[in-house]
Design a protein around this ligand. Sequence first.
Ligand code: F6P
Length: 371
Amino acid sequence: MKSKNLQKKRIAIFTGGGDCPGLNMVIKTVSQYAMFHYGWEVIGVKNALNGILGDTTIITKNSELIELKPDFPFDSFVRQGGTFLGAYRKMRTKAYENVKTDEELVAVMLPKFKKNIKELNIDGIIATGGDGTMFMVNYLCEKAKIPFVGIPKTIDNDTPGTEISIGFSSAVDACISAMDNIYWTAKSHHRAICVEVMGRNTGHLAMHSGLASCADVILVPEIPYKIANIAKHLKNIMKEEERDYFIIVVAEGAGAENGKNLPKNYNSVAEYIANELKKYSIEIRADVLGYLQRGGQANGYDRMLAAELGTMAVDLMANGESAVIAGMKDGKPTKIPLKNVCKKETRGLDLKSPIVKTAKSLGIYIGELKK
Ligand code: F6P
């Protein structure tokens, strides 16, 4: 949808979904570029859609909206992790408690959204998020007849339509740094350590961080694996390299062997794999990296990506675009229609990609990949 070009520009920005490195740089770039380049007003909305719906009472009585003025100390926030506008996955008030799907949720939100947008004189929304946030905000904006431009972010890197999302690169760095430490414990204690990384239902984070950390085994949801073949692989290394320490990287969504669901008695896939490998007399521990992958400072790449996509998002809105995201295609910031983002399936690891080919050809066990 192409919306009418805005004359009076007062835009709102918020960060939807989970936090990730780079969000503060997005907020800075969008706000400063909108203010300095276009002379617009910018409102920072706290706690995702909760802020714009004015549902403020449960956690804090502080205002959920900040007028982001040119003298706002954006730069100090860029050096911090998380998002200074706050993130919130769920809606806070009871009105949304029994709502099951995103479709039902937006229908319940709509009247209040329309009312508040009007009262706050908001002419357009720029928000970061994954496919869920994009779907919801776009629906609300379409019904309220204001433009929406999205900016993709997630450490999982699974947003359809864009080849990379903000936060992924820093999360890969965080995993590498953790695994570089874990390596020394594995080596000192002559054991395998199975490290579980995030990624929801995809293996981007596991494959990239595993390859860069010189892991011996990388397990991802996109490729089924066999415990016996992991054990065989480790025993081969023991024999051929006379090495008795190993790093196994597993994506949280990898499930049990042969593509089966994880047995109910396990809280983590790393614990399951460690237990199964003990049956082959392998000395092994499990380690779940958890949120240390997500909340930290953004690396250089993510700051640059956030700046480039933030600038493009503002330009898109200035050009009267709506229902689009500023994403990356062929290494360049690119306008991507939202219909390519809000697909039912997430963007999984491409099994023909150079990274998968490299991992395989380096002799890493990456599961039972069909030729
Ligand atoms: O989508 C990012 C992510 O960190 C996933 O990798 C993970 O599965 C999920 O969020 C965890 O969500 P929560 O913040 O609700 O624990």
